[in-house]
Design a protein around this ligand. Structure first.
Ligand SMILES: Cc1cc2nc3c(=O)[nH]c(=O)nc-3n(C[C@H](O)[C@H](O)[C@H](O)COP(=O)(O)OP(=O)(O)OC[C@H]3O[C@@H](n4cnc5c(N)ncnc54)[C@H](O)[C@@H]3O)c2cc1C
Length: 475
């Protein structure tokens, strides 16, 4: 295979999901020469590659926590006719305070526009092959692509792969899944069905509350474009139909309920319902098996929907994720490990670079249960919590900044911070950290936190440094 040097940058971001693309924009706007590497031919991460959505909250109750570059993205999407903006969930149980629906194809275009306008250089269709490490410091990465093996050097590398691929390649310590049995949240193949009689479906949901674990409707606090003025809702249940179909041997599904919701497009319903547990998205054979089982479950569930669920008689599968969605994998060990208590108590830290707020939402790693005893978990924090810069700094490796869902956190804390609203905010913190480190020629662990915070506030992030909504003491 041909080997070559691709480029030298100040900041190299690996992974173009919500955290990576915001990290790259933040770093480039701060003046750092920035390269963004992505394995696919588009950006967006799970939202575009695995068809996951909508964007879970930017809010804790009515307080908007994620602002700055991520909010700009929402506004750009809305201006391009690609998002409803933030809708309020009523009740919020099972969904969070708000959700924003978006069009995947418009998201891909707006993401390209924003990174290019910021001056970020893109390297697409490039998969991480290895980390380049000298004397314990990451100096860059090697990627495999159509040109062969290419070396990409950077003063600071940001690991936004979701799975901590760069950190693992560099030899950083990590915890896989949860402590003890090392199980992680299950994977899910998303799919959408079009041609649904949504009124019939909603009629059933309204008339049979006992058949559901929870349901919410979504309301816009302001006028939204006329093409998006349909009813938005989410429902988890159809317990009687699932039980009947499973008893008749007519449904291959890893859970005992169906979780579905509206999309941006009328007559189209998205299923967040297949469940593949106990397999690892970081093991090539297990990842392969998960894709096959996930697709089988999706098609089985679609046939079940047509036969059993009101409103689906003429519906068809119009899209599936390009890959199965991976909720959880490596938690890289950082200078600080964010814990369940930090999240649930809404703890504050002086070295905050991002804030979280979503309930601890852990889909049952072992079985098929929803939010029941011994099944999935849903715990609302007492208030928004801080994510300190130390969670972004690997304990054992220099030259690397962690980003998105692979930052240093326990399984339970990750259950909250993993959603896209928070991933965007973490990306913002990681990009600013990497830029300040690279531009001042220091290792990320030696960076001046006050400078990072100043940069973030200059880029309109909400760090709440004055503590006007402080909820609990810093430990
Ligand atoms: C099934 C499922 C349902 C979910 N539902 C919701 C929801 O409704 N709302 C919500 O807000 N959040 C939801 N989430 C969570 C959310 O989508 C993710 O946690 C979030 O996208 C994490 O962002 P990230 O930037 O850390 O990683 P990702 O979104 O995973 O992005 C990582 C990026 O890195 C790239 N990459 C990975 N490895 C490599 C490599 N080795 N080389 C090159 N590129 C690489 C990937 O292609 C991807 O673009 C869901 C997640 C899943 C899996």
């Amino acid at each position: 295979m041909t080997e070559s040097v691709h480029s030298h940058s100040d900041v190299v971001v690996v992974g173009g999901g919500p955290s990576g693309l915001v990290a790259a924009i933040s770093a480039a706007r701060a003046g750092a020469k920035t390269l963004l590497i992505e394995q696919y031919g588009f950006l967006g991460g799970m939202a575009t590659a695995a068809s996951v959505g909508p964007f879970s909250p930017f809010h804790y109750d009515d307080q908007q926590i994620t602002v700055g570059i991520p909010q700009e993205l929402i506004e750009r999407l809305m201006a391009a006719g690609g998002s409803t903006g933030h809708l309020k969930c009523i009740p919020e149980y099972g969904s969070g305070a708000t959700m924003a629906y978006f069009d995947r194809e418009i998201y891909k275009e707006v993401a390209f526009d924003m990174v290019e306008e910021a001056g970020v250089r893109l390297l697409l269709h490039s998969f991480l092959a290895d980390a380049i490490v000298e004397n314990g410091r990451v100096r860059g990465v090697r990627v495999a692509n159509k040109s062969g093996l290419q070396s990409v050097f950077g003063k600071v590398v940001v690991d936004a792969t979701g799975d901590g691929d760069v950190a693992a390649a560099a030899g950083a310590a990590f915890q896989w899944g949860r402590q003890g049995d090392e199980l992680a949240q299950p994977m899910t193949m998303f799919f959408e069905m079009a041609g649904v009689d949504v009124a019939a479906l909603r009629g059933y949901i309204a008339a049979h509350p006992a058949d559901f674990e929870w349901t919410s409707v979504l309301k816009s606090p302001r006028p939204i474009p006329r093409e998006f003025t349909q009813d938005y809702f989410v429902a988890q249940g159809f317990k009687s139909f699932v039980a009947a179909a499973k008893a008749a041997g007519e449904l291959e599904l890893g859970r005992d309920t169906v979780l579905l919701q509206s999309t941006l497009r009328e007559g189209t319903i998205v299923f967040n319902s297949t469940r593949i547990g106990k397999l690892r998205g970081t093991d090539a054979d297990q990842f392969t098996e998960a894709e096959i089982v996930g697709r089988r479950q999706a098609m089985s569930l679609a046939a079940f929907a047509r036969k059993y669920l009101p409103g689906f008689a003429n519906a068809y599968v119009c899209s599936t994720g390009g890959q199965i969605g991976v909720r959880e994998s490596r938690h890289v060990l950082g200078e600080y490990v964010l814990t369940r208590d930090d999240v649930v108590e809404g703890r504050r830290f002086p070295d905050v670079v991002a804030r979280g707020f979503f309930p601890v939402d852990i889909h049952d790693p072992k079985g098929g249960k929803g939010y029941q005893e011994g099944g999935s978990t849903w715990i609302k924090p007492k208030g928004p919590y801080d994510i300190p810069i130390r969670c972004l700094i690997p304990h054992s490796t220099d030259g690397l900044v962690l980003c998105g869902r692979n930052i240093s956190a326990t399984h339970e804390a990750h259950g909250s911070l993993r959603v896209m609203g928070t991933a965007f905010g973490i990306g913002h913190g990681a990009g600013a950290t990497a830029a300040v480190a690279a531009l001042s020629d220091v290792a990320p662990r030696e960076v001046d936190v006050a400078r990072v915070q100043k940069l973030l506030i200059g880029q309109r992030a909400n760090l709440d440094l004055k503590g006007s909504n402080s909820f609990a003491a810093t430990p």
